[in-house]
Design a protein around this ligand. Structure first.
Ligand code: THG
Length: 282
């Protein structure tokens, strides 16, 4: 069963074997001083522009994160989601580490959202999963806990299984679980990309749920980050990645994702790839 999330007149469907769905990451003040400043002042013009541009560029889902020092996240997350809904019908991924902000955000979103995220810690499981169940949302699971990010595939799978078991015991459907396979900076640990790719493959083949990750994490600290991000995405898509979080404004990234789907057999006869190339500006 595929994962389905919705916006106004809009349904986005993804899962193992289906074409890759893109979660646009730009509405996030991390590393963006200007956006952080504007959010502090309650100004949503950049949010509006980033929502529109990402939708135009080919994002299927818009991630919304307004967490920054000096920002009232509970209030601003609801406002930012309202602003995004004014400019696009694309479904929303509610990205916050604040359970109260997530709760208020799902209450303000009249469709089926993707909640980003729950992790393996008891406190997270006990606060986030009930919100997922009550709101009928889907949720991204981070297979990490108080010991941090596991270095091995097996540990990531163990935490994933634990979260899924808890979710299913609350009546959350397996197709409403999206596992983040945890992309890390390749520059800090040369084995990290292999561990992430193997986690994607095992989660896909053995558990059969949808998968995500922050694609640009891999290139941190290296030159020509877009090149590394695109190469990594093609590998991850071949291993089963269903719904990466990425910047759809990156030159060539859309065509790379459609090309990887085609080569991975997830776009039979290449119609999506051909359409993407036809719509290309340059
Ligand atoms: N997993 C999940 N959610 C996530 C992440 C993840 N959400 C946040 C993050 N990781 C993905 N989103 C971003 C957003 C911005 C950037 C990277 C990842 C980023 N911004 C530029 C910078 O910091 O230099 C600034 C971009 C600009 O100014 O144009 O890199 O892993 N579940």
């Amino acid at each position: 069963m595929p994962t389905i999330i919705t916006g106004k007149n809009c349904e986005v469907k993804f899962g193992p074997g289906l074409p890759t769905v893109i979660i646009g990451e730009r509405i996030n003040p991390t590393g963006r001083k200007k956006l952080a400043e504007e959010l502090k002042k309650g100004n949503l013009e950049i949010v509006e522009e980033d929502a529109r541009k990402q939708a135009e560029a080919g994002a299927d889902i818009i991630d919304v994160n307004v967490g920054a020092a000096g920002v009232n996240e509970v209030e601003m997350l609801v406002k930012a989601i309202g602003k995004v809904m004014e400019v696009t019908d694309k479904p929303i991924c509610i990205d916050s580490s604040n359970p109260e902000a997530i709760k208020k955000a799902v209450e303000a979103y009249p469709y089926k959202a993707l909640i980003n995220s729950v992790n393996g810690e008891e406190k997270s499981i006990e606060t986030i999963l009930p919100i997922v169940k009550e709101s009928g949302s889907a949720v991204i699971c981070l297979p990490m806990d108080k010991k941090g990010i596991p270095g091995s595939v097996d540990e990531r799978l163990n935490i994933t299984s634990k979260i899924i078991q808890k979710a299913e015991s609350l009546g959350i459907k397996k197709e409403d679980i999206v596992v983040d396979c945890l992309a890390m900076a390749a520059a800090t640990d040369p084995s990290s990309v292999r561990v992430t790719l193997e986690t994607i493959k095992k989660v896909t083949d053995e558990i059969g749920v949808s998968t995500t990750l922050g694609a640009s994490n891999v290139s941190f600290g290296m030159p020509d980050r877009p090149l590394l991000n695109i190469l990594f995405l093609s590998m991850a898509i071949l291993n089963g990645l269903t719904s990466p979080i990425l910047d759809p404004l990156t030159d060539g990234i859309l065509e790379a994702v459609r090309g990887a789907d085609f080569l991975a057999g997830r776009d039979p006869y290449g119609m999506n790839y051909i359409t993407a190339q036809r719509n290309r500006v340059r």
